[in-house]
Design a binder for this molecule. Structure first.
Ligand code: AMP
Length: 128
């Protein structure tokens, strides 16, 4: 069965798209730790990040780099954290999180509640 991320990539489930190319897709995390918290996923459906083939893994880092620069530019954060963790969705993904202190990347923190308008506005700025 297709993962929720494959359904997002296929457009069967809506997402706040930030970037896309033939191999990767970036969209806003629906439970963000910070405004601009983005997920980068390969279109190829592989559960575990380190099971990705070398070419896909390397290409994903380069794709994420472009998105991370955009997040930094648009949010004015000090750095963008790159986090691979979680067992919730069996589809490899990188979290890109705007960071001004290490606390900003504590996944136990309460997530932001944003309106659809706020999500859309952030996504369109990051997609520019
Ligand atoms: P994890 O596997 O723990 O990294 O969790 C998966 C991440 O995907 C969580 O941060 C969720 O908030 C996020 N997520 C799950 N479903 C969606 C969705 N439909 N749109 C955007 N983000 C999602």
């Amino acid at each position: 069965m297709a993962t929720i991320f494959s359904k997002i990539i296929a457009g069967e489930i809506p997402s706040y798209k930030v970037a896309e190319d033939e191999n990767y897709y970036a969209f806003l995390d629906i439970n963000p730790l910070a405004k601009g918290h983005t997920l980068v996923v390969p279109k190829k459906e592989v559960d575990y990040y380190y099971d990705l083939d070398d070419e896909t893994l390397a290409g994903m880092a380069i794709f994420a780099k472009r998105v991370a620069h955009k997040i930094k530019e648009q949010t004015g954060c000090k750095k963008v954290a790159t986090v691979v963790l979680g067992l919730e969705v069996p589809h490899a993904h990188i979290h890109l999180i705007p960071m001004n202190s290490e606390n900003d990347v504590d996944f136990r923190r309460e997530k932001l509640k944003l309106t659809p308008e706020e999500f859309s506005e952030i996504a369109s700025k990051l997609a520019e």
